[in-house]
Write a protein that binds this ligand. Structure first.
Ligand SMILES: Nc1ncnc2c1ncn2[C@@H]1O[C@H](COP(=O)(O)OP(=O)(O)OP(=O)(O)O)[C@@H](O)[C@H]1O
Length: 249
C-alpha cells in the first residue's frame, strides 16, 4: 500500500464485461455485459447453472483471459489494456487462484508448491506467516510430500496455501470443492472462510455448493451470461430456494 491512496474498499471492479467465443453463426456470448464490484475482506460466491459464464467471469477477473469488451480494475489498475508482461507481474502481486483440479506441480514437494509464487517472483517468505499458514491448512507434517502422496483434500489445502502465501489482494477460486467428497468439501470451505476471518483475505468463489453460498457474505447469481440476482448474507433456506428456481443441481 506504500505510496498509494486508497479511496475505495472495492478491490475488483468490472464494467460491461462481454466475452464472445468464436465467430459468426457459431459465436457464443458467454458474458453479456456484466458489472461486478468486489469489496475488500469479503467472501463473494458466484453461482449459476452450467454454462452460465461463471468460469469465464472468474478467468477474466483474474487476468487469465481477456474480455471481448469491457474493463476490469484490480486495486485501481485497469488490467484489460496491460501488455502480457505487465499483466503477469500484476497477477503475481495481486491475484491468487484456486482451481477445481488443484493444478499442483507433481515433481515438487508440498512446501515447494506452496512457495512457488514467491520463488517465481524472487521473493522470500515471511517465515512466521508461512508457518502459521501451513499450520492453519493442517500441512505441517506433510510439507515434504509430493502431490501424488497426498489425498485430494490435502492437495487442495496445498493449493489454498499457495494462493494465500503471497498475501494477494484477491483470491479467486473456481469450484474449489468440485472434486472433493462432502466431508472434505466442508473442511475446505471452513478453511476458506477462516482465511477471510483471520487474514482479512478477499475471496471470490464459484460454487455449486449451497453450504459455500451460505457462508458467503454475498452471492452473485449468473444466468445466461448476466448477473440476474444478488443476495447478502442469506439464510441457507433462502439460498436453497434460489438454487431450486435456477435449476442448478
Ligand atoms: N473456449 C471456449 N470456446 C467456446 N465456447 C466456450 C469456451 N469456454 C466456454 N465456452 C462457452 O461459454 C459459455 C459459458 O461457459 P463457462 O465455462 O464460463 O460456464 P460455467 O458457468 O462456468 O459452466 P460450468 O458450471 O459447467 O463450469 C458456455 O456456453 C460454454 O460452452
Amino acid at each position: 500500500m506504500v505510496g498509494m491512496v486508497v479511496t475505495t474498499s472495492e478491490v475488483v471492479e468490472a464494467r460491461e464485461l462481454v466475452r464472445v467465443y468464436g465467430e459468426g453463426d457459431t459465436a457464443v456470448q458467454a458474458l453479456r455485459g456484466v458489472d461486478v464490484q468486489i469489496e475488500a475482506g469479503q467472501l463473494t460466491a458466484v453461482m449459476g447453472p452450467s454454462g452460465s459464464g461463471k468460469s469465464t467471469l472468474m478467468h477474466i477477473l483474474a487476468g487469465l483471459d481477456r474480455p471481448t469488451s469491457g474493463s476490469v480494475l484490480i486495486d485501481g489498475t485497469e488490467i484489460t489494456t496491460l501488455g502480457d508482461d505487465a499483466l503477469t507481474k500484476l497477477r503475481r502481486r495481486h491475484i491468487g487462484f484456486i482451481f477445481q483440479f488443484f493444478n499442483l506441480l507433481p515433481m515438487l514437494s508440498a512446501r515447494d508448491n506452496i512457495l512457488l509464487p514467491l520463488t517465481i517472483a524472487g521473493a522470500k517468505p515471511d517465515q512466521q506467516y508461512f508457518d502459521d499458514l501451513v499450520q492453519r491448512v493442517g500441512l505441517t507434517d506433510r510439507l515434504e510430500h509430493r502431490p501424488a502422496e497426498l489425498s485430494g483434500g490435502q492437495q487442495q489445502r496445498v493449493a489454498i496455501a499457495r494462493a494465500l502465501v503471497s498475501r494477494p489482494t484477491v483470491v479467486f477460486a473456481d469450484e474449489p470443492t468440485g472434486n472433493l467428497d462432502s466431508r472434505t468439501s466442508g473442511e475446505i470451505l471452513t478453511l476458506m472462510r477462516s482465511s477471510v476471518e483471520e487474514y482479512g483475505q478477499t475471496l471470490v468463489m464459484v460454487t455449486h455448493d449451497a453450504r459455500a453460498a451460505a457462508m458467503a457474505d454475498r452471492v452473485l447469481y449468473l444466468a445466461d451470461g448476466e448477473i440476474v440476482k444478488e443476495t447478502g448474507r442469506s439464510s441457507q433456506h433462502e439460498i436453497l430456494q434460489i438454487i431450486d428456481t435456477l435449476d442448478l443441481q
